[in-house]
Design a protein around this ligand. Structure first.
Ligand code: SF4
Length: 243
């Protein structure tokens, strides 16, 4: 079993419920979406090399040739875990659930908490590996960002993910369509109003319109009418100049 990876490195989790935790990041290549605010190269098959940090936190990298065998990736992860105790390994991308067969082989070879950072659109793939996962960071993608209608798959996904430690992340832009925002809140509330919602003001990349601070407060207030835990958290790793 092989997969193309972009990078493996140790850093501080910059987003969501586990912001500030030391995690090991394993970034897969390729995504099934093309979001307007994407800050990752998400095409499949373009990375001939994977950057692997030489030592946890060194910010020095060696290059491994793609595709990487599952045993090779397990060896890298276990090396990082021996160097220092990470609070979880975060499989990210791209979209990690495009690689479920690879993950099914890989995860039993490593001994740490497993987190998925996913766009929340592949419920059948999640079902294939849900038993191996501890934490799920699930995005809800509003139609204006993907030009796709993802409501049904997001609902199916969250219904599977809810049995785990899941939270939902919603990236907010200055031109957010309020009807869609409300629909996202309703979707989460109908499944379980105790599910944590992270409102993440967009990092202004790709000409995205930043959101006003006052608007974030208004959106949080609207969400709190239906959900019990709504937090506003930006991409903090960028403020700290972390990866
Ligand atoms: S789901 Fe994530 S990786 Fe995929 S295009 Fe959107 S932002 Fe980029």
């Amino acid at each position: 079993m092989e997969a193309n990876l972009i990078e493996i490195f140790s850093s501080v989790q910059g987003e969501g419920r586990y912001v500030g935790c030391r995690q090991l990041f394993v970034r897969f290549e390729g995504c099934n979406l093309s979001c307007k605010y994407c800050d990752t190269e998400h095409e499949a098959g373009v990375h001939t090399l994977c950057n692997v940090e030489t030592r946890s936190g060194s910010r020095l990298f060696s290059e491994a040739i793609n595709p990487l065998a599952v045993t090779e990736v397990a060896a890298y992860i276990n090396r990082f875990l021996r160097e220092l105790p990470h609070q979880a390994v975060s499989f990210t991308g791209g979209e990690p659930l495009l690689h479920t067969a690879f993950l099914r082989e890989l995860i039993p070879m490593i001994n740490t908490k497993v987190m998925l950072e996913t766009n929340g659109t592949l419920p059948d793939r999640l079902a294939e590996i849900i038993d191996l996962v501890d934490i799920i960071s699930m995005d809800i993608k509003l139609p204006q960002m993907t030009e796709a209608n993802l409501w049904a798959v997001h609902r199916d996904f969250l219904n599977i993910a809810k049995e785990k430690d899941v939270y939902v992340k919603l990236v907010v832009t200055g031109d957010i369509v309020m009807e869609d925002f409300q629909r996202a809140i309703d979707l989460v509330a109908e499944i379980n109003p105790d599910i944590l919602l992270i409102l993440q003001p967009v990092t202004p990349v790709n000409d995205m319109i930043p959101v006003e601070p006052g608007t974030m407060l208004e959106l949080q207030q609207i969400a709190l009418e239906k959900l019990r835990d709504v937090r506003v958290i930006p991409q903090t790793h960028r403020m700290m100049d972390q990866l």
